[in-house]
Ligand binder design. Structure first.
Ligand SMILES: Nc1nc2c(ncn2[C@@H]2O[C@H](COP(=O)(O)OP(=O)(O)OP(=O)(O)O)[C@@H](O)[C@H]2O)c(=O)[nH]1
Length: 666
């Protein structure tokens, strides 16, 4: 209730500032109550929403910016739907669950990949705070940010939090606190945000809200009496959420009188409007027609359109202190709209906002056109997609096996997967990707150090020049039911993890913290963890330091010729097993051809594993008896088509599937 009480003071400043800075805004004497019709409406007043939204009616004191954060699948997007419905922002039964998950990939996979903001309006009685006598209610402007739950996209979460003063920390009533609950709690806590705990899915037969309350108390010291109980599915308890947001989360604290400072939260390219920037106005005000610049480039642009996401773009002509919205200016490419940058009025230079830490690329992989001749098409597709996903790093590279392509850096394996899927679905680009690798550091005898993002660039006999190697590590959090502790410890030791912490969350569940090499979790770790714990484990990680390690480059040779796109870097103790598995997978994936093919794995000049594919021409006409010429021609054509999709190394044709198979070996 404290923030409502403070409302009077801020409103007085706003009213004063408005009378001086905004000609349309009259001076209103201070009354110790939010009673002026500009800010408040009588509860009997007509509820009909005005078509044109006048943001002048929402001084910072009537604004609340909050994110919904949670572990994967705990119900963030469903809860966001219900809040949008409750506030009349979208119609009930709009027939599109998880409304804010707009990408095809999000709908197909049922996950949120991009954080999405929506502005809502809500009338709330300020009764009981000595501000109002209870007969009146104020209309508040609420910016809700639905965030992704998967660890790969935690960068999106931390960015979203920069525009918020509080969060709804959502926890599944049956699953309880999970690994991303812990990670997200600390993201919010370290940003000094107000945390409103919400236990969701209380309709489930296995829901145990009391146990979850106890977990929230023991792990985060959250008071059980502050915890809200809800079901985003049935709507139970939903009505308590927005009042809690308004009463507990502080309003934004920027200065209305200061020059404009906006934080650039996100940007994407729209075919009709050009670059659209999502912004949070920290200080001052922005109007259509203003001239703005970004700190990074200093370039000046005119504001053509400005507004809010309600939840679609809704022009308002103005954005004021504490508000979150969009801006369209003359930017030609999203490269001009750097995320975390500060936007200001061109003629009034300002101190830049702190911005964000740059995204850290955890996984690198080569991307090549499935058909070598399609390089230009792939180049175009990647350029367009990276306009809407700036968290991927792209550099051109050449492979003797695959031709011209790109080396791409991703936030994790799911991010890489989503990027591939979007390339294919949204831009029709078919790609071959090489084995994902992490950024290793190699130190050479002359003292120089090299970050290696592509194993092929490493000399094949590293011992000759390399004097030390380092690999990136992560701090991994695992939460499991106690009966799975044994198998999980075995799995983590196989993956070279060092235990740092082991404690009980409650009588049944264990919290474990490990330091692990990033490489060991990149491929298939989570799947294995899930499978040995019958799906009950949750897992999260954050990047940690580099550690010195005994690494070797593993080459794959076909008929004695190394295939650069198949080279990988592995820990020495794993080299023999990985070499053998790679060779076996390739034997299964490569068709027999008219000559014998030898497949070898080698460390330097030493062959550590070998398989042979015996010679045989695949006779596609074998089953085609009789003289039907057109059928025979069709089959031969089909074989020719298939060959087009093959990559030729020396004389050996490698199907795309062979590259996919290699992705599964860790
Ligand atoms: N029984 C029940 N199911 C719910 C409730 N809320 C959400 N769900 C279901 O839980 C699943 C996950 O919901 P989402 O809203 O996509 O979860 P999310 O946290 O946004 O997921 P990510 O974005 O992938 O992290 C969906 O199948 C929802 O229908 C609830 O209150 N009760």
């Amino acid at each position: 209730m404290g923030y409502l009480h403070k409302a009077s003071k801020t409103l007085r400043q706003w009213k004063y500032m408005s009378s001086t800075s905004f000609s349309s805004f009259p001076f209103i004497p201070f009354t110790n109550r939010i009673t002026h019709p500009r800010f408040c409406s009588n509860s009997r007043q007509n509820n009909k929403e005005q078509n044109a939204i006048d943001l002048n009616q929402y001084p910072p004191e009537l604004v609340r910016n909050f994110s919904i954060i949670a572990h994967v699948d705990h119900g963030k997007s469903t809860l966001a739907d219900r809040l949008l419905e409750l506030t009349g922002t979208i119609k009930k039964g709009h027939g599109q669950p998880q409304y804010l998950d707009k990408l095809q990939v999000e709908r197909e996979r049922g996950i949120t990949v991009k954080a999405q903001t929506a502005t809502m309006f809500y009338k709330h009685s300020v009764n009981g705070d000595n501000i109002s006598d209870g007969k009146e209610s104020c209309k508040f402007l609420l910016n809700l940010v639905d965030t992704p739950g998967h660890v790969d996209f935690s960068y999106e979460v931390s960015r979203s939090l920069a525009a918020c003063q509080g969060v709804l920390l959502v926890v599944d009533a049956a699953q309880g606190v999970q690994a991303q609950t812990v990670a997200n709690f600390y993201l919010a806590f370290e940003s000094n945000l107000t945390i409103v705990p919400v236990i969701n899915k209380i309709d489930q037969p296995t829901a145990n809200p009391d146990l979850v309350k106890a977990q929230l108390k023991s792990m985060f010291d959250l008071d059980p009496s502050d915890v809200l109980l809800t079901s985003a599915k049935t709507g139970q308890g939903l009505e308590s959420i927005i009042p809690a947001v308004i009463e507990r989360i502080p309003p934004p604290s920027g200065s209305c009188n200061s020059p404009l400072r906006m934080l650039l939260l996100d940007s994407y390219y729209d075919e009709y409007k050009g670059v659209i920037c999502h912004v949070a106005v920290v200080d001052g005000a922005l109007r259509k027609g203003d001239k703005i610049s970004t700190v990074a480039t200093g370039q000046s642009y005119e504001v053509f359109d400005v507004g809010i996401m309600h939840p679609e773009l809704k022009p308002t002509g103005i954005l004021l202190t504490g508000q979150v919205g969009y801006v369209v200016s003359g930017m030609r490419s999203t490269k001009e709209a750097r995320i975390g940058d500060t936007i200001y009025h061109t003629k009034t230079a300002v101190e830049p906002l702190p911005g964000f830490k740059p995204a850290k690329h955890m996984v690198f992989s080569g991307l090549y056109p499935a058909d070598g001749s399609d390089f230009e098409a792939l180049n175009n597709a990647i350029e367009r997609l990276t306009c809407n996903d700036a968290s991927v790093s792209i550099a051109k590279e050449t492979s003797t096996a695959l031709g011209l392509g790109f080396r791409c850096g991703f936030l994790g394996l799911l991010h890489m997967d989503v990027f591939h899927q979007r390339l294919e679905q949204e831009y029709g680009a078919h790609v071959i990707s090489t084995v994902p690798t992490v950024p290793y550091i190699f130190e050479y005898s002359d003292g120089s150090k090299l970050e290696v993002q592509n194993p092929a660039t490493l000399p094949s006999n590293p011992k000759q020049k390399v004097i030390a190697c380092w690999e990136p590590t992560v701090l991994a959090t695992i939460i499991i039911p106690s009966e799975y502790v044994g198998p999980v410890i075995t799995l983590v030791s196989e993956r070279r993890g060092q235990q740092l912490e082991h404690s009980f969350i409650d009588s049944q569940r264990v919290f474990m913290k490990y330091r692990m090499p990033l490489k060991e979790i990149v491929i298939d770790f989570y799947n294995e963890l899930k499978s040995i714990t019958s799906g009950y484990a949750s897992f999260d990680y954050e990047d940690a330091d580099y550690q010195q390690s005994d690494l070797v480059k593993l080459d794959i040779l076909l008929n004695g010729q190394p295939v650069d796109a198949m080279a990988t870097i592995v820990h020495k103790v794993k080299a023999y097993r990985v070499g053998r598995e790679l060779v076996e997978k390739l034997k299964k994936a490569i068709d027999r051809q008219m000559f014998e093919i030898s497949i070898q794995a080698a460390i330097g000049s030493k062959i550590i594993s070998r398989e042979t594919i015996s010679a045989l021409r695949k006779n596609v006409l074998a089953k085609c008896y009789g003289g039907d010429v057109s059928r025979k021609r069709k089959l031969l054509e089909k074989q020719k088509e298939g060959k087009k999709r093959m990559k030729r190394v020396g004389s050996v044709d490698i199907p795309q599937e062979a590259f996919h198979e290699l992705l599964k070996v860790s």
